[in-house]
Design a protein around this ligand. Structure first.
Ligand code: ADP
Ligand code: ADP
Length: 229
């Protein structure tokens, strides 16, 4: 599994305003690192840099030890799965939404991914003789169910690197708690970066970084950070 490393990364969208200030951190292979911090701290910017939507103005970003400025955006995307904050689904079946963009995925694999993301009941509750080509449509799902579809899409992709970009922050707290367990399943056997607002949502992370104004303000386990208050 790849490591992810930011080394003294400087970045600003505009020349007159720097967003990340010599930011350094490392996610070890197979570990889960959470980035928490207030809105505007630069968390999503980190995800955008990892996808090479932008390039840093200073420092380096390494994935699996390789400087990503030497890697095409296509191969970076192939290695990463992202569960975004708001999943926009097609007005089509759940199976279609899970399998979209996953050319070559079989129906069986789609159903397995649906079960992995705990949304398989939607598929199973269909009348006999139906398959995932018909049935409940994406637009009818609740916010939590939509996030399960996004998780299933990522399970189906099976990337070595998973990114959760505020994947639960639009959900009510009961739904969030449910989804967090499923995210934990997805993080198993991958290098994982979790972007979150609140410390309470990232208890499962191996390491947590509190980001403030584009700098690492604190770093530690959930327990260590709670102790510091
Ligand atoms: P977070 O995810 O921690 O809420 P972001 O990384 O989204 O923070 O944003 C960090 C800062 O960068 C914010 O001040 C935001 O206004 C600014 N920003 C984000 N996207 C852009 C953009 N495309 N152009 C200019 N500024 C941006
Ligand atoms: P695939 O590209 O194989 O469908 P994903 O299902 O993981 O992979 O979708 C992630 C892709 O969609 C990324 O390549 C990225 O370009 C884009 N994307 C979707 N949502 C976001 C987001 N919130 N932030 C950044 N990229 C996103």
């Amino acid at each position: 599994l790849p490591s992810v490393e930011f080394q003294d990364v400087n970045f600003g969208y505009d020349a007159d305003r720097q967003i990340l200030h010599k930011l350094s951190f490392k996610v070890e292979p197979g570990q889960t690192l959470a980035l928490v911090g207030p809105s505007g701290a630069g968390k999503s910017t980190i995800a955008r840099l990892l996808f090479r939507f932008y390039d840093p103005q200073g420092g380096r970003i390494l994935v699996g030890g390789q400087d990503i400025s030497q890697v095409t955006q296509g191969s970076l995307r192939a290695a990463m799965g992202i569960v975004p904050q708001d999943t926009v689904l097609f007005n089509d079946t759940i199976g279609y939404n899970i399998g979209y963009g996953r050319e070559g995925a079989t129906q069986e694999e789609i159903v397995r991914a649906a079960h992995g993301a705990a949304i398989g009941t939607f598929i199973e509750s269909l009348p006999k003789g139906y398959d995932t080509e018909v049935g409940e449509r994406g637009l009818k799902l609740s916010g939590g169910e939509k996030q399960r579809v996004a998780i299933a899409r990522t399970l189906l992709k099976n990337p070595p690197l998973a990114i959760f970009d505020e994947a639960t922050s639009a959900l009510d707290s009961a739904t969030e708690a449910e989804i967090l367990g499923t995210l934990g399943t997805l993080a198993q056997g991958r290098t994982t970066l979790v972007i979150a607002h609140r410390l309470s949502t990232v208890t499962h992370a191996d390491t947590i970084i509190v980001l403030e104004k584009g700098c690492v303000a604190e770093q530690g386990s959930h327990r260590e950070l709670l102790r510091k208050g």
